[in-house]
Write a protein that binds this ligand. Structure first.
Ligand code: NAD
Length: 360
């Protein structure tokens, strides 16, 4: 089978679905890799780098399996034909996704977001690999917007206290944010509604903020809070947030608008010059004053809501994503190297979003 690596067309998307480094192992599995000229350009990967490892440059859209990063546009869906397979982020929970169009076109589509979060699938878990990038970069954004140092500095001109950093929502991105802020010398605290996170927070040298709300939900995710819990949480956080120089928020509930953790009143309570980095902008934001995709200053506090941070680090984000995609591709091959996804495997069954489960 052929695997087509296409050039991303979304604004600002600099990642590529497969980097040259991963190509030899795919070829070793019997796959032919076809790369659209320029596919790696935004990630600073020249076409020649693909050619050197045995890929061909050509019409990647005609391949048996097309691998992508961002969800396809209308024009991209129109380039696919019946019987082809597509692998990528397909935003299955977004109302405006293309899954209906892909199904109608007869394309077999695998959404990396729908891969079950089980141990065996960790190597394919693109949500996690990209959340690591976002969590890391969120801290750099905060540090660069901050009017203060992160580390404690002892200089001849006096001593500077370390920045206090609060991370709200400690999944994969939040944990990486805590670890990164710690490495920069910040004094870190983490908060989540899943109590099992407390040990992970402590393991990266952060304090655990306990507000007494347990909202562990299905499949390792959080559930949405009740109105009473939300009010209690917002009020408690209003008090807690006052003392922090930097607040990074990553709280998400699958398929729901981002929970509002940081109220306007909480922002008002922060010292001028403090920074909020809200990673939940795509689903409305965790902070009431967030303007998705923008950096705004409100009450002297800088509130950043960068979208698609992984695309700002295309080299390593693509490298990690490639590993995820390659592992999923390998799982789709049968013993003879033919493309024959076995839908009795819960990973493939879960990830395939264009197959009617009734006919399974
Ligand atoms: P996510 O991006 O869906 O959410 C980020 C965090 O926000 C979560 O920790 C969630 O508990 C928290 N949150 C939601 N509502 C909140 C609220 N009102 N207040 C405070 N925090 C709130 O999470 P994720 O990073 O995708 O991780 C989800 C789960 O999947 C975790 O349990 C993670 O450990 C697990 N996971 C498992 C595997 C695996 O075993 N293969 C791999 C990766 C992640």
């Amino acid at each position: 089978p052929t695997v087509g690596v296409v050039r991303e067309s979304n604004d600002g998307e600099r990642r590529v679905a497969l980097v040259p480094k991963i190509v030899p192992s795919l070829i070793g599995k019997g796959l032919d890799v076809v790369v659209e000229p320029g596919a790696g350009e935004a990630a600073l990967i020249p076409d020649e780098a693909y050619a050197e490892v045995g890929a061909t440059l050509g019409d990647a859209w005609a391949a048996d399996v097309v691998v992508k990063v961002a969800p396809p546009s209308d024009a991209e869906v129109a380039r696919l034909r019946s019987g082809q397979t597509l692998v990528g982020f397909l935003a299955p929970r977004n109302a405006d996704n293309q899954i209906g169009a892909l199904t109608a076109a007869g394309v077999q589509a695998f959404a990396v977001e729908s891969i079950p979060r089980i141990s065996r699938a960790q190597v394919m878990d693109a949500l996690s690999s990209q959340a690591n990038v976002a969590g890391y970069k969120s801290v750099l954004v905060a540090a660069s917007e901050s009017t203060r140092f992160f580390p404690m500095l002892t200089t001849a001109a006096g001593t500077v206290k370390p920045a206090t950093v609060l991370v709200l929502g400690v999944g994969v991105a939040g944990l990486q944010a805590l670890a990164t802020a710690k490495r920069l010398g910040g004094r870190t605290t983490g908060y989540d509604v899943r109590p099992e996170v407390a040990d992970q927070v402590r393991s990266v040298g952060a304090q655990w903020l306990d507000l007494g709300i347990d909202a562990a939900g299905e499949g390792g995710y959080a559930r949405e809070l009740t109105d009473a819990e939300r009010a209690q949480q917002q009020q408690a956080l209003e008090e807690a947030i006052k003392g922090f120089d930097v607040v990074i928020t990553t709280a998400l509930v699958p398929g729901r608008p981002a929970p509002r953790l940081v109220t306007a009143a909480a922002v008002t309570g922060m010292k001028p010059g403090s920074v909020v980095v809200d990673l939940a902008g795509e689903t409305g934001g965790n902070c009431e004053l967030t303007e998705p995709g923008q950096t705004v200053v409100k009450h002297g506090v800088t509130i950043c809501s960068p979208l698609n941070l992984p695309a700002t680090m295309p080299e390593h984000a693509s490298e990690l994503y490639s590993k995820n995609v390659a592992a999923l591709l390998e799982l789709m091959l049968d013993d003879n190297g033919a493309l024959a996804p076995d839908f009795s495997d819960e990973i493939l069954d879960g990830a395939c979003v264009t197959r009617s489960k009734e006919n399974a």
